[in-house]
Ligand binder design. Structure first.
Ligand code: SF4
Ligand code: MG
Length: 346
């Protein structure tokens, strides 16, 4: 496969000052050993509750943060040790669309200035041609009237239109990858579908690859070829769209699915609604063993069937494998998945 982005065992901890326990180094384990691959032309959905590390992962891939350890290659070159010139090129190749288009658009700049800004910042690599014409092309590509909007300001647009402006700007330098960080979660449901359709159309037209970050599995479904589910800084399950939505193996993924998707008639009898209990533990001090064990319904079921001792592994050993290839196959970080069934009494 044509791998565009190859991320291996990426770690980003944020130190916390004034920790109570002096002896121990306190840090937020935001991203704690993430491996993934993005192939050309595909969409990788990255899903998890807030605080799971998905936004930190986006910042690392945008070179807005430096990892503590691990590596990431973009088209075969180490992203974190590039010279200045190659860094600039990478900044053109990998663009970001953010959740809140209003917050990310300068209110004092006109649409023409906003969409054209990347041309000013990257004069040497900007596409050639008449500047205004290029901006007008970008506006019509995202479905905005290219003539009437140029001199307007962000506050004169609806949320959906502002997100289109953000997308036009992200496309200005003809990127290869767009990291979409919850691009529709601030929009009305009807507008969400329009923006998702636009992104899908642009992906085909421009041959783009997407990393699509969301807290909800239902949003990602429309676009994603593959999905990675994150929990407390780690990927707990990776698979194709079909593997994740129809054959999820990790109890956390199953709980997210159960919460996100309407129970369709054919699904109802096989899947009861799974409730996630308790809060997400602090990333300052993730639980030992399996990080999900404090909230895991499968662990509780196994304990009911076989007794407390049966799930000792959950509390003591990480089911997480750092060496698993992330680009292909269905990977699940759980000691008991996929094939746990209650034992037949003898
Ligand atoms: Fe649950 Fe244990 Fe699997 Fe973790 S390893 S997801 S606690 S069953
Ligand atoms: Mg976020």
């Amino acid at each position: 496969a044509d791998v565009l982005l190859d991320v291996r065992d990426l770690v980003k901890h944020y130190p916390v000052s004034g920790g109570l326990r002096r002896q121990r180094r306190h840090s937020v384990k935001a991203v704690d050993g993430v491996s993934l691959q993005l192939r050309r032309g595909e969409t990788l959905g990255v899903v998890g509750e807030s605080g799971c590390g998905k936004s930190t992962l986006a910042k690392l891939l945008m070179l807005l943060e430096t990892p503590n350890s691990g590596a990431a290659e973009f088209e075969g070159r180490d992203m974190f040790s590039l010279g200045r010139r190659d860094r600039t090129r990478l900044r053109r190749d990998v663009q970001l669309i953010m959740q809140d288009p209003y917050g990310s658009l300068n209110p004092r700049m006109t649409v023409e200035q906003i969409v054209g800004e990347p041309f000013d910042i990257h004069r040497d690599i900007a596409p050639r041609g008449d500047r205004r014409k290029l901006i007008q092309e970008l506006l019509s590509v995202v479905g905005l009237d290219p003539d009437h909007h140029l001199r307007r300001y962000p506050h004169q647009f609806s949320g959906g239109q502002r997100q289109r402006i953000g997308i036009a700007r992200a496309l200005a330098l003809r990127p290869k990858v767009i990291v979409c960080d919850e691009p529709v979660s601030a929009l009305d449901v009807s507008i969400q579908a329009q923006i998702l359709n636009l992104l899908s159309k642009l992906q085909q037209g421009f041959g783009l690859s997407f990393i699509f970050i969301a807290h909800d599995l239902s949003v990602v479904r429309h676009l994603a070829d593959r999905v990675a589910v994150m929990y407390l800084g780690r990927i707990v399950e990776t698979g194709t769209e079909a593997e994740i939505y129809d054959k999820a193996e990790h109890p956390y993924t199953q709980a997210l699915l159960s919460a996100a998707l309407d129970p369709s008639p054919d699904r109802r009898h096989e899947n009861q609604v799974i409730q996630l209990t308790g809060d997400v533990p602090s990333p300052l001090d993730p639980p030992p063993g399996c990080r999900f064990h404090t909230r895991c319904w499968l662990r509780r079921e196994i304990q009911t069937e076989r007794g407390e001792a049966a799930t000792e592994l959950c509390e003591t050993a990480s089911p997480f494998s750092e060496t698993e290839p992330a680009a292909t196959g269905h990977h699940t970080a759980c000691h008991f998945a996929p094939a746990w069934t209650p034992p037949i009494p003898d």
